[in-house]
Design a protein around this ligand. Structure first.
Ligand SMILES: Nc1ncnc2c1ncn2[C@@H]1O[C@H](COP(=O)(O)OP(=O)(O)OP(=O)(O)O)[C@@H](O)[C@H]1O
Ligand SMILES: [Zn+2]
Length: 740
């Protein structure tokens, strides 16, 4: 009998597994499933994961032999293997691509699973003698002083001295500091005691303590109500005390330092971070530490939803409504939904926390599928902010801000407070217009004859930038159409607001926060630290809406939300309501009361009325009613097939063949199911051209999930082989969050 072969999942956009003989003429055995392996593929080498073993087909050509095993033991086992298979089936993507997405970059490339003893820095003998020779106040000096008492773990240095790595590198080159492996005893010493839970927190904790096995829980708590305190207590009790692991998902890398610092101080165990601001090596180490069960608490962004949890005790998804949990390219998974699937397989509670739960989650809670716990008051002395709508019709505006708003800013600063001015548009101005002929700057790679995509003015008016494809060019000296010199920036972005505020309020710091300054691991924390404790102004986009604790913030001004009130996207109102409530929640989080000003030309708009009058819940009730009437999610399930091509028409050709296949599959469904499945399109994408590509899409929608998935099962694998597929790039998005 011929020996069994390895069926390997490779990171390729092809639906099948690939057969190989085991390396070194060894027998393939079932225990190999889940191990990484290097294989020859055409002229290349690829890293795959064994998905199955079995007999070779009798008429199969002689198989190639795999090159080498990369792990002794499977990296995917039990739950993690089952989850990867489930995700591949659910999203209709190749298993090999799911494995690749689940692994951090280093392991995906085939690096060995790294050693995971915690590392830190220590002074060398030469360093101990040289501390006082370093420039006082400089980062190297502060680092050296901190190390005087003994080695300090890297993650604690992250909290203590932002930017310490560059300083350490310099000192290492001079032989003053070295990298050392730490034993567990070098980790956090003193555990800070937490506050006594409020009555509401105590009730919530009692309910959570009573949970057994898989329990999805929506923790709906207004901003500042102490949700994070609940997570901390629960992790201590449910995980650390029972020797189990906790996974905490957070939406933004900018939030992790604040969260990590708080977790480390309170839990007294190493807390591992996993986000895109870390090096490949650091990410692989955290992943390996979790796989070995050494990492007890992992705090991370979207991709951390894949982290192995052999001894799982709890999964928390903070700000569960946040859009960043959905991966928007490659394997388009939703980290919150993945967390729920894993919680079920691992039989642990999954806690979804938010002040503004997604309509999907609210709908599930109401249907009784999730437990629903609430925190209705702010913890400590803080009170919810007062919200006022400022009608600015017919008012003079300065960089988009009314006199009344500017007066309120002055008042808050004079009272020694800090102010946040929120505008959801980066750059200086959204459009550059010629006042003489009406020409406006449009992105040549994203515009069509029918539809111009404006380029945003940046750098104080000197640069044009496309927010869709990233292309940049200098602002022209004269209008390219009429050669006139009357080029004027139209509209207002955060740069222009910053310019105005800096001129008007020259006595205080004015700080603009944008995605560029906060991409680095501690970028946001470092920026916010510049504001200090005195009066000052923050200007920024939605970056600033999320979970930051700014105790001195007394006034939040929201400008320019009017575009968002009239968007065509059916989720736009939900996103805007969440944003407004979250950004408002930044005000008045300590003793001082907070105020929120919403400046608008549409004070009578129902969304604003409902929000101001009844808060997020009233909004959500109304919105769910509308979604149900319109047959939109969460009352229906969608999948979006996107295609793009260099040639005009190619994407539509491909989608037309796909649509025919879906319609045929629908006719094969049981009558009741078939009726609920709608295939619409192909239609041009909402952005019909982007970065030079022509784009179109096909939308599938059904009230019954089984009908949708039955159609996808029947059709998607076959799309890879279509001749029309060769000229396009296509992707399937199951449960799309935006229809772009
Ligand atoms: N029981 C308590 N007693 C006193 N202060 C508390 C208590 N619980 C939380 N706090 C404080 O209240 C503030 C808000 O708490 P926390 O950050 O946990 O709220 P949150 O609901 O997670 O906030 P958000 O989601 O709006 O960021 C923090 O400064 C926290 O230290
Ligand atoms: Zn563009």
């Amino acid at each position: 009998m011929p020996a069994d072969v390895l069926r390997i999942a490779l990171p390729l956009p092809l639906p099948q597994l690939f057969d190989y003989r085991a390396p070194g003429a060894a027998e393939a055995v079932p225990a190999d499933v889940g191990r990484r392996i290097r294989v020859p593929f055409g002229p290349r080498q690829l890293v795959g994961v064994v998905a199955a073993t079995g007999p070779a087909g009798t008429d199969a050509p002689p198989l190639r032999e795999a090159l080498e095993w990369l792990d002794e033991q499977p990296l995917f086992q039990g739950e993690s293997l089952a989850t990867a298979r489930w995700l591949a089936r659910y999203l209709h993507v190749p298993l090999g691509e799911v494995f690749a997405t689940a692994l951090p970059a280093g392991l995906r490339r085939g690096d060995p699973l790294p050693a995971t003893a915690a590392h830190g820095r220590a002074l060398t003998a030469a360093g101990a003698g040289a501390v006082d020779t370093l420039r006082a106040g400089g980062r190297p000096r502060r680092l050296a002083e901190l190390l005087r008492a003994g080695p300090v773990a890297d993650d604690l240095l992250d909290d203590a001295i932002p930017g310490w790595r560059a300083a350490a590198r310099g000192l290492e080159e001079r032989g003053l500091v070295e990298r050392v492996a730490l034993d567990a005893s070098a980790l956090p010493a003193a555990v800070q005691p937490g506050p006594t839970p409020t009555a509401e927190q105590a009730d919530v904790l009692a309910a959570l303590r009573a949970t057994e096995g898989f329990t999805p829980v929506l923790l709906e708590g207004i901003t500042g109500s102490g949700k994070t305190e609940v997570y901390l207590q629960l992790i201590a009790e449910h995980c650390l005390a029972r020797d189990r692991q906790a996974l905490v998902l957070v939406p933004e890398i900018g939030l992790t330092p604040q969260m990590l610092g708080r977790f480390r101080a309170r839990l007294g165990v190493p807390v591992h971070a996993l986000h895109s601001g870390l090096s490949d090596g650091e990410r692989a180490r955290t992943w390996a530490a979790a796989w070995r069960g050494e990492a007890r608490v992992v705090v991370g962004t979207r991709s951390a939803a894949f982290v192995p949890l052999p001894e799982a005790g709890l999964i928390v998804v903070d700000e569960e409504h946040d859009g960043s949990y959905k991966q928007q390219d490659g394997i388009r998974y939703h980290a919150r939904d993945l967390a729920l699937v894993r919680g079920k397989a691992l039989q642990v509670p999954v806690l979804l926390g938010s002040a503004t739960p997604s309509l999907e989650t609210l709908h599930n809670a109401r249907a009784g599928r999730y437990a629903h716990l609430r925190l209705r008051t702010r913890a400590g002395a803080a009170r919810p902010p007062r919200v006022r709508v400022l009608d600015v019709r017919k008012r003079a505006l300065h960089a988009g801000l009314s006199d009344e708003l500017l007066a309120a800013v002055r008042g808050a600063l004079d009272a020694d407070g800090q102010v946040l001015v929120f505008r959801n548009r980066r750059g200086y101005a959204p459009v550059l217009l010629c006042h003489d002929c009406g020409w406006s700057a449009a992105c040549p790679r994203c515009s069509t004859d029918e539809r111009a995509m404006p380029m945003t003015v940046h750098a104080g008016g000197r640069r044009l930038q496309c927010h869709h494809c990233g292309s940049r060019r200098p602002v022209p000296m004269a209008c390219p159409d009429c050669a006139g010199l009357a080029l004027q920036p139209q509209g207002v972005g955060t740069e222009r607001i910053e310019e105005l505020l800096a001129a008007r309020f020259a006595d205080v710091p004015v700080l603009r926060i944008d995605s560029a300054s906060t991409r680095r691991r501690d970028g946001l924390a470092r920026e916010l630290a510049k504001l200090g404790d005195g009066p000052g102004i923050l200007v920024g986009t939605q970056m600033l809406a999320k979970g930051h604790d700014l105790p001195k913030l007394v006034l939040v001004c929201v400008a320019g939300i009017d575009e968002g009130l009239f968007s065509a996207d059916f989720r736009a109102s939900e996103k805007l309501a969440q944003l407004l409530v979250q950004v408002s929640g930044r005000a008045g989080r300590a003793e001082r009361p907070g105020e929120v000003l919403l400046q608008t030309h549409h004070p009578e708009h129902p969304l604003l009325q409902v929000l101001v009058g009844g808060g997020y819940r009233a909004f959500a009730d109304a919105e769910l009613g509308q979604r149900e009437a319109a047959g939109f999610p969460p009352f229906a399930h969608m999948a979006l097939l996107r295609a793009e091509a260099k040639q005009a028409g190619a994407a539509e050709d491909f989608l037309r063949v796909a649509a025919a296949a879906f319609n045929q599959a629908r006719d094969g469904l049981p009558h009741g199911q078939a009726r609920t499945l709608l295939v619409s399109g192909p239609v041009p994408a909402p952005m019909p051209r982007r970065a030079g590509m022509h784009r179109a899409q096909l939308l599938l929608c059904s009230q019954a999930r089984p009908a949708l998935h039955a159609a996808l099962d029947a059709v998607v694998d076959g799309l890879h082989a279509l001749p029309e597929a060769r000229r396009v790039r296509w992707s399937l998005d199951v449960d799309p969050v935006d229809l772009y």
